[in-house]
Write a protein that binds this ligand. Sequence first.
Ligand SMILES: C[C@@](CO)(OP(=O)(O)O)[C@H](O)COP(=O)(O)OP(=O)(O)OC[C@H]1O[C@@H](n2ccc(N)nc2=O)[C@H](O)[C@@H]1O
Ligand SMILES: Nc1ncnc2c1ncn2[C@@H]1O[C@H](COP(=O)(O)OP(=O)(O)O)[C@@H](O)[C@H]1O
Length: 284
Amino acid sequence: MKAPISKSWPAPAKLNLFLHVTGRRSDGYHELQTLFQFVDHCDYLDFHVTETSDIRLHSKMSKVVADSDNLILKAAKSLKIAANYAGGADIWIDKLLPMGGGLGGGSSDAATTLVALNALWNINFPHQKLAEIGLSLGADVPVFINGYAAFAEGVGEKLQTVKVDEPWYLVIVPDVHVSTQQVFQHPDLPRQTPKLNLQSLMERTWSNDCQTLVANTYPQVANALSWLLEYAPSQMTGTGACVFGRFEHSQQALDTLAKLPDSMQGFVAKGLNKSPLLERLAQL
Ligand SMILES: C[C@@](CO)(OP(=O)(O)O)[C@H](O)COP(=O)(O)OP(=O)(O)OC[C@H]1O[C@@H](n2ccc(N)nc2=O)[C@H](O)[C@@H]1O
Ligand SMILES: Nc1ncnc2c1ncn2[C@@H]1O[C@H](COP(=O)(O)OP(=O)(O)O)[C@@H](O)[C@H]1O
């Protein structure tokens, strides 16, 4: 009998509530201290398990990202190889998260693919093993697999689950693509923020070491930040370009979104300490 399509697997966005660059490794990667929280704004993926070994992605995304570069296909293929799995899958994605905005959408899509196919293919690797496979696809994949808001060190793979407030965020998506690689290669990036323990970090005002460099380079980011700072404590996520303001009540965030100038795009989302991916997995 043909397997049914397993629908609506969420791949949530993340925000870096703070991001410190504390050093540079000999392989060029940077040591970070960062705090990840999810938000309830997601891509959605559907999976159909097939007996034939092909893995196919059905999406308009293919016009923007070549299939050979797509992290969804890379994740599915890595899992198939690691588990020596004979079958395949058809995959559909409703791509709602902006790409290259520091919201981690590509990493989240990869994590959702690994978690969903691990279950649907009955591979049943522990999630620690999926995180190891995921790390080779992107530094942020493990936190999405782990599924809990986390303090991360190393390049983002050493995770400690944390519980923080779950406020509402207004996220502005500046109309510019910021390359993570270029930010990390830039000579002006501060790279020596002292490492602190988690308690000291939680008590400080949160900030992002990449923000000044990115705002100085991209006026769209600087404009979005200065607009949002009039309404709420605000900062950039990841290596940009998205910026977020923090609100206690959804209505405050929605009222501010309504005032957003036509030249800017944005959305309102709730902070989540538990990823909706884990809720979806529990429904299987
Ligand atoms: C720094 C963060 C914070 O969340 O930025 P965002 O991508 O979310 O904006 C992420 O860890 C990024 O993760 P991800 O986007 O998966 O990065 P990768 O694909 O692994 O790396 C892209 C490039 O950035 C550089 N890179 C990335 C991560 C890191 N800790 N040090 C680095 O120097 C490397 O040059 C690498 O080639
Ligand atoms: N499924 C995917 N979704 C988004 N981007 C992807 C995907 N697969 C590959 N990419 C590539 O990864 C880059 C970074 O994507 P994304 O994760 O959205 O941003 P960021 O790392 O800034 O949070 C994109 O510009 C795109 O070229």
